[in-house]
Design a protein around this ligand. Structure first.
Ligand code: SF4
Length: 378
């Protein structure tokens, strides 16, 4: 399988009150130095191997100038054998979108945009301290279409403060009306020190009960399915053939290299990550030093377990013969005793050849997957 290349852009125009990603406030001078460091890292680590996806994640990669995106893509092409038909995705925030910028990104080689929409209801976007409105999200999508993007993904979040099931489904319907090729739909997780917690206390906002969260998840993906989108992973649905080629590498035991601060890589059984702090990353690259930390060889057991629980995220589930061929493990012999109760509860389907979670099981995916994690967690 060809490599996936991930490029991390850690800058945002404002910090959203629920965000736990590796990001900081945009600073033009810092961004210039960061892009130079990124190019340096990419060009000094290439070995000409095949790659067929590039993914700009963040942060807010759409804050980069199209010329900078082009320089990074060109750098990847010089360092790796990037396929002519590579999927090149860039995450974009709606408020950064103008026709000129989108046209520039397309000319730079980006062929897939992933918009962080989160909600099509303004009041919900305001509670999340997002900078865009629902109208702007629709406009950004339409601009991207007009500028020739025929592969667009939209992100939505459910279980937002004060959100009812019906209000969540309004956003799902608004997404379907736009007909993007792909959608990611996540339950909002509010981490312990998130500023959103304070805002919720001040505003006396609450989230709907757990049963409603389950209803949001199940009815959201059912509605997507009725509209022609296949749910192929716990949080992702796509029109036929439009699954994210890059993200599939994470779930199908693939290999990828990450560039930029905090980016992770997995290749040849090795796993490592780059230093997380932006300044530290720039200094290390500029000094020609090590940007990677925690480099280690995964044990055979870790690789097998990871292949199991990542593979189970997919709606197609695990091909048991494939697992046996690749890892020499008979999954049911090894784990069946612990998995049987999930099968009995209808949260897992075992037919002798494959093991998969129906949608109701995906809601409790963590519990099911824990069975496979013996070496790293237990
Ligand atoms: S735009 Fe995205 S990465 Fe940036 S702060 Fe908001 S949620 Fe986090």
């Amino acid at each position: 399988m060809s490599l996936g290349l991930y490029v991390h852009i850690p800058f945002c125009s404002a910090i959203c009150n629920y965000c736990n990603f590796n990001r900081g406030l945009f600073d033009a001078a810092l961004k210039d130095r960061y892009v130079a460091a990124l190019l340096n890292e990419i060009e000094t680590s290439g070995d000409g191997s095949d790659a067929d996806t590039i993914y700009f994640g963040g942060g807010t990669p759409s804050l980069l100038e199209p010329a900078e995106v082009k320089a990074i893509i060109d750098g990847c092409r010089r360092s790796w054998m990037v396929a002519a038909d590579a999927e090149i995705t860039l995450e974009a925030n709606p408020e950064t979108v103008t026709p000129e910028r989108v046209a520039g990104l397309r000319a730079a080689g980006v062929n897939r945009l992933s918009f962080g929409v989160q909600s099509f209801r303004d009041v919900e976007l305001q509670r999340l301290s997002r900078l865009h409105s629902a109208h702007k999200a629709v406009e950004a999508f339409q601009i991207a279409r007009r500028e020739g993007f025929d592969n667009i993904s939209l992100d939505l979040m459910m279980w937002l403060p004060q959100q009812s099931v019906a209000q969540w489904l309004e956003s799902v319907d608004a997404l379907i009306a736009l007909r993007p090729e792909h959608a990611s739909m996540y339950l909002l997780e509010i981490y312990p020190n998130a500023p959103l917690r304070d805002a919720m206390a001040r505003g006396q906002w609450s989230v709907a009960p757990d049963d409603d969260a389950a209803e949001m998840y199940l009815s959201g993906f059912e509605r997507m399915e009725r509209a022609g989108y296949g749910q192929y992973e716990i949080s992702n649905a796509a029109l036929p053939g439009r699954e994210s080629r890059h993200n599939l590498k994470y779930w199908t035991d693939g290999e990828w290299l990450g560039f930029g601060c905090g980016a992770h890589s997995t290749r040849n059984g090795m796993r490592w990550k780059n230093v997380a702090a932006t300044e530290e990353y720039i200094s290390a690259v500029t000094a020609g030093g090590h940007v990677t930390t925690d480099r280690r060889l995964l044990t055979g057991e870790e690789r097998r377990e990871e292949a199991l629980f990542m593979g189970l995220r997919l709606a197609a589930g695990l091909d048991l013969q494939g697992m046996k061929n690749r890892y020499g493990v008979d999954v049911w012999d090894e784990y069946g005793g612990e998995l049987q109760s999930f099968v009995d509860a209808g949260l897992l389907v075992y037919d002798g050849r494959s093991l998969r979670m129906p949608r109701s099981g995906m809601l409790l995916a963590h519990e099911v997957m824990t069975v496979f994690i013996r070496s790293t967690v237990r």
